[in-house]
Design a protein around this ligand. Sequence first.
Ligand SMILES: [Zn+2]
Length: 183
Amino acid sequence: MCELHEPEGISLPARSGLCSKNPHLQARETMPRQTKRDRYARLLDAAREAAGNAYCPYSGYSVGAAVLTLDGHVYTGCNVENATYTLTVHAEVAAATAAIAGGALKRCLAAGRNQGQLIQAVACVCLKTFETWHCALCRQFLCEFGVEMDIVVPREDGTALWKPLKQLLKHPFVPAIVQGCQH
Ligand SMILES: [Zn+2]
């Protein structure tokens, strides 16, 4: 785990009625685009480093992911394949799981937020391709932790390209759907 703090603080998805007096918590909209590009470039670097650790003897498709959490920490993961194929762990899932195992969700909840605000951004890097958006399984897995999060991929020139998850996953299956059926 490493930290990716910026002088102007952490960007957060804007939520009505969830104002924080903490100067390090500010709405995503207030972060200059240039700052976001720089921050995401470093997130891509972390994902690329993780991709170097991938275990992918069957596909040869090395993938790394880096999750930027609500409080500015970065957790990484890589794909881990299995001889059964179906038990393969995707890098994005590994990184998000590492964030939770590292206490990020606990800190998020302690700050008065919910699990849907845990992740600000996820960078995904494949060592062989560029501008490759992650698979639909990972989109569904990640939407549990914030449909507002940005998904970041590298262009061929190494710069960051990003889209909000909600744009990639049009009709996300979110916790509120299940919770709405419990009454
Ligand atoms: Zn995936």
